[in-house]
Design a protein around this ligand. Structure first.
Ligand SMILES: NC(=O)c1ccc[n+]([C@@H]2O[C@H](COP(=O)([O-])OP(=O)(O)OC[C@H]3O[C@@H](n4cnc5c(N)ncnc54)[C@H](O)[C@@H]3O)[C@@H](O)[C@H]2O)c1
Length: 445
């Protein structure tokens, strides 16, 4: 089976008005390469959690010929039917995911539960000898992430965290440009993802049939604080720290995973400082609706911010280099080279006499006899209509299950991205700079 790769359709010249002054421009549509099974074997997977994301995963998996869904588990009865509809066919369903782990015909488990179940389901799946695709954020807290890394590695399992943009051909193109060195020195990255609607702030529908009969509330709580059945907490769990991780776990993790995929930085941030607030959605939730964090990564600062009260259309990672700027925005990436050829900089001569300036100019010209190189072109690359990075991510996982080669977004990559979220939340809630103590594998204030 081939990894998705890209070829370039012919470049399309852009009109002069579309580009920065002085630079020509070219644009290309990225083209995914179809994947075929190496041996023709289809990976047999079962899914735990068939809510919003679980159903989306099943819909995307239908496009991937190398896998087949053979079972689904969910704590809310009606979602068994939602899973069948999303997969587009009959699959055995259960409330108790452990029955899926007992099955010898299941190769891999997809974990698409609320964050506080990721560790438990992953560890149980690994103990049963299954490979695991676990949704982002990989962990609900530091201890969960450490336990998951240890278990996956001890069990020699294939594990992939579910930030699908890591498999996107757009991010692969961005990584290629980054690795080419054309950006020069990079010390600053800015990333943001905004939303502006109740759904964007996790106010999801609560179905009329939700009740203690249709929902296994005790199984949902597991080791979270005990409380009476509360459909708001079950269907809108992202708002509560007992089950979710706020903007950090929901959105920061996509941006941090994208940053890691482009730059190749695969380490824990050493320091994070957050600010933000709960400004609009004051409905009893634990988390802010605006959060921004400045991270220290080796040699560079990464500024991440997410706002649930504005939508500038932004899902953007901007990478600022000494020789150019790379912006990944939605479905398009743009590389804009900067004019770094030496030139006579007149500003510093504004306080000199005309004679001094003339002499300075002449000396500069004598020292730089060659005519400056032409500025490179602005390049942009766009995903084809309907491109599904989740399908590409699932295909990469199936390939790894087949070949036993690690995926890029393995347990260590996923752990590092999730730790960025935990440090951001720690800093926000403790009103302090959060630092990562590698000696003790813990966050210090
Ligand atoms: N990669 C992405 O773009 C993306 C998008 C959305 C959500 N997610 C992630 O996917 C996960 C699920 O989010 P969601 O929006 O689908 O939530 P959801 O509430 O819609 O669905 C979660 C489902 O998990 C089930 N569940 C929980 N624990 C279970 C268990 N032990 N056994 C069986 N079922 C269990 C619940 O019954 C629920 O139906 C989260 O970790 C979230 O961060 C990722």
């Amino acid at each position: 089976m081939k990894l998705p790769s890209m070829t370039r359709r012919e470049f399309v010249r852009l009109g002069a008005g579309a580009v920065a002054a002085g630079a020509a421009a070219k644009a290309a549509l990225l083209e995914p390469v179809a994947m075929a099974a190496e041996t023709g074997r289809r990976i047999r997977f079962a899914i735990v959690g068939t809510g919003i994301r679980g159903c989306d995963l099943l819909r995307s998996a239908r496009q991937v010929p190398t896998g087949v869904c053979v079972g689904a588990a969910d704590l809310y009865e009606t979602r068994h039917q939602a899973a069948r509809e999303a997969w587009g066919g009959e699959i055995p369903t259960t409330r108790d995911y452990r029955t899926l782990l007992d099955r010898k015909d299941v190769d891999a488990i997809f974990v698409a539960t609320s964050d506080h179940h990721h560790r438990r389901v992953t560890l149980d799946a690994v103990a049963a000898g299954k490979d695991v695709y676990c949704e982002k954020p990989m962990s609900h807290n530091v201890a969960d992430g450490l336990a998951m890394v240890e278990a996956v590695q001890a069990g020699k399992r294939i594990f992939q965290a579910g930030s699908q943009r890591v498999s996107s051909i757009l991010y692969k193109k961005a990584a290629e440009i980054y690795a080419s060195g054309r950006l020069g020195e990079v010390h600053s990255i800015d990333a943001h993802l905004n939303r502006n609607s109740p759904g964007g702030a996790w106010v999801y529908p609560i179905p009329a049939d939700a009740s203690p009969e249709t929902v296994d509330w005790e199984a949902f709580l597991v080791d979270a604080p005990q409380r009476p059945f509360d459909p708001m907490r079950f269907f809108r769990w992202r708002k509560f720290a007992d089950y979710g991780s706020g903007l950090g776990g929901d959105l920061f993790v996509h941006l941090l995973s994208g940053m890691q995929a482009i730059t190749g930085v695969n380490t824990v941030t050493s320091r994070a400082y957050s600010s933000g607030g709960l400004y609009h959605f004051k409905d009893g939730r634990d988390f802010p609706d605006f959060l921004e964090t400045v991270y220290d990564y080796p040699g560079m600062q990464v500024h991440v911010h997410c706002n649930q009260n504005n939508n500038d259309g932004g899902d953007t990672i901007s990478i600022y280099g000494s020789a150019g700027t790379l912006v990944v925005a939605g479905n398009t990436l743009t590389f804009t080279p900067q004019d770094v050829t030496p030139h006579f900089e007149i500003y510093g001569w504004h306080g000199m006499t005309e004679a001094q300036t003339k002499q300075g100019q002449e000396e500069w010209k004598a020292a730089h006899p060659a005519s400056p190189a032409a500025l490179g072109e602005v390049e942009s690359f766009t995903l084809p209509q309907g491109y599904d990075d989740t399908a590409a991510h699932i295909a990469n996982f199936f390939r790894a299950v087949e070949t036993r080669e690690h995926v890029m977004e393995d347990e260590v990559f996923g752990h590092h991205a999730a730790l960025g979220c935990h440090l951001a939340n720690y800093s926000y809630f403790h009103r302090t700079v959060a630092t990562w103590d590698a000696a003790t594998n813990s966050i210090k204030g």
